[in-house]
Design a protein around this ligand. Structure first.
Ligand SMILES: Cc1cc2nc3c(=O)[nH]c(=O)nc-3n(C[C@H](O)[C@H](O)[C@H](O)COP(=O)(O)O)c2cc1C
Length: 245
């Protein structure tokens, strides 16, 4: 019963603790990854209006009403709703001292989380996998097509991943944070993703939309759907979004 824990989680937490005598693991160094990711050769690009789709709502009511929602209406999401959700999660909301700050906080303002969207049913947006290009507030087409079944399969057959209007897929670019925080950076990647999803859920509640966060998925399958290399960039978290039933 009282045997020391030796699992990988215990070792990770031990070795990435900040202590007064040693600020975590110092032996590994990582190069810096660019702050923004772009797909310059994307087959299609769609600029969105960051100010569209917003509606007034009472924050306290949204906090009280927020629930993980897995049943959605058949109607497509509108482009304006999608724009509002993207802005609430990763929109640029300020600038200071060479940094551009976003709607969600990020350790060291490094923003290592990338947003992909599996678009199933969104007005005026072709079904497929899109990347959100933060600086231009635009979507870049990564792969056109119907990804409902592969995505639900990647999500341990959770069928609402196919029934949603769109699924947010967040990945982490490891070296965007590791050059600074080394192994501890991985804690921050997941914390950043949690903040982003929190914003998504509150914004969706304000718009009368439903979101379900999803942590149960086959990592490799999700990474191959969005086309990231599984080494420098890994899947972190998903969230389905759709009009509330
Ligand atoms: C990190 C995380 C992972 C989750 N993964 C899943 C999931 O894979 N499938 C699912 O149906 N719900 C998932 N959920 C939703 C939880 O089941 C839900 O938040 C919890 O039951 C509390 O309900 P509420 O969000 O409606 O308050 C996840 C939530 C979090 C925060």
């Amino acid at each position: 019963m009282n045997q020391p824990e030796t699992g990988i989680a215990r070792r990770y937490l031990e070795q990435t603790r900040y202590r007064r005598r040693a600020m975590g693991e110092k032996s590994l160094a990582y190069p810096r990854a660019p702050l923004y990711k772009e797909y310059p050769d994307a087959a299609a690009r769609l600029s969105l209006d960051p100010e569209s789709g917003r509606r007034g709502a009472d924050l306290w009511q949204c906090l009280a009403q927020r629930r993980s929602q897995r049943d959605y209406l058949d109607r497509p999401l509108t482009q304006a709703e999608l724009a509002a959700l993207l802005w609430a999660t990763q929109g640029i909301t300020g600038a200071m001292g060479g940094y551009q700050f976003r709607a969600s906080p990020s350790a060291g303002a490094l923003y290592p989380v990338e947003t992909y969207l599996a678009v199933h049913r969104v007005e005026g947006v072709a079904p497929g996998i899109w990347h959100f290009q933060v600086l231009d507030f635009a979507l870049e087409l990564v792969a056109a097509g119907d990804f409902r079944q592969p995505l639900a399969a990647a999500g341990l057959s959770q069928s609402f991943l196919a029934e949603a209007g769109a699924v947010f897929i967040w990945t982490g670019v490891l070296n965007r944070a590791r050059w600074k925080y080394r192994e501890r950076a991985v804690r921050y990647l997941f914390l950043d993703a949690g903040h982003i999803c929190g914003n998504l859920m509150l914004a969706a509640t304000a718009l009368g939309l439903g979101v379900c966060p999803v942590g149960a998925f086959f990592d490799e399958e999700v990474e191959s759907i969005v086309g990231v290399d599984q080494k420098t960039e890994v899947a972190l978290y998903l969230a389905s979004v759709g009009p509330l039933a």
